[in-house]
Design a protein around this ligand. Structure first.
Ligand SMILES: [Zn+2]
Length: 294
């Protein structure tokens, strides 16, 4: 029997897969790994962040379709499969006090119930490894936090025949990671490298604000070398045209600086059912060489 490694990346909105772990996915695809992105919501409440497309009434009125089309393009670029879990974007509440979340949105769903479509997808795709966000969501968007919650429930439940009956044969994923690509050590390294080269850094203000952040002190366990695929990541991100300003800060750090200074995408191993040693450079460490996987 041919052994096929499978990776599932759970994301809140279309575009999150292209900004978090995209180079990792493209790398694994190039190695023959089967990669599936599970997108929780349609991104219907995302603002149009590309100044060139702001005020376009067609886009505003058809945001769901537009974002689905962008997602299809990004999926092609990354070479991944992708499924929608079918939830409705909660939007990022802004203001003081924060407005209530809109009725029926993803973040207001019951966690147990909302994990069901993910359990179903895990049972049909049978991933060895799942990536998701940490309990802070990576950034405090209610959909990202909800994505974390359903991922944790589904990781535990998918292999248990007693839970979620009628959603397919149980399947036990072996590892679960949090995306930690926007970590402080990486940001500091890029910031300093830019200044040392006499270039402008988009990170100065960010780093100042970051001091109080609760993301400080998170454990990075896994550094996946993926610099070769950073250009693919950027191409996929640009495919989400409504969500990204191609002139924006994201693209202001020269590619060669990124590739030289911090050539990995980074993760925190949150759960493992296989022995592994930290630090790792492969999401499949402890699985790949084990005859036990199927
Ligand atoms: Zn998002």
């Amino acid at each position: 029997m041919t052994k096929q490694l499978r990776l599932m990346a759970v994301h809140a909105h279309p575009d999150d897969e292209s900004s978090k772990g995209a180079a990792t996915m493209a790398k694994y695809v190039s190695e023959g790994v089967d990669v599936l992105v599970a997108t929780c919501t349609g991104g219907e409440r995302g603002s149009i962040l590309n100044p060139k497309l702001q005020g376009d009434t067609y886009i505003e009125e058809h945001i769901h379709e537009v974002r689905a089309k962008e997602m299809a393009e990004a999926r092609e670029i990354l070479g991944v499969k992708q499924e929608w879990l079918g939830f409705v974007d909660s939007g990022l509440p802004e203001g003081d006090p924060l407005p209530p979340l809109p009725e029926g949105c993803f973040a207001l769903q019951d966690v147990e119930a909302a994990a069901e479509p993910l359990v179903r997808l895990i049972r049909s795709f049978r991933p060895h490894v799942i990536t998701t966000y940490d309990e802070n969501g990576g950034y405090p968007h209610p959909d990202h936090i909800m994505t974390h919650k359903i991922s944790m429930v589904a990781y535990e439940a998918a292999g248990d025949p007693e839970r979620y009956p009628g959603t397919g044969e149980p399947w036990t994923p072996l590892k679960l990671y949090y995306n930690q690509g926007f970590n402080r050590p990486r940001t500091v390294a890029l910031h300093e490298a830019l200044l040392a080269r006499g270039l402008e850094s988009p990170y100065g203000e960010w780093l100042e604000r970051w001091d109080e952040s609760d993301r400080e002190g998170r454990t990075l366990t896994t550094f996946v070398p993926s610099a070769e695929f950073f250009p693919v990541r950027d191409k996929a991100l640009i495919a989400h045209a409504t969500q990204i300003d191609p002139e924006g800060g994201w693209f202001r750090v020269p590619m060669e600086v990124q590739q030289e200074v911090w050539p990995t995408e980074d993760y925190e191993l949150a759960k493992s059912r296989v022995p592994t040693s930290i630090p790792e450079s492969d999401l499949f460490a402890g699985i790949r060489d084990n005859d036990g996987y199927e």
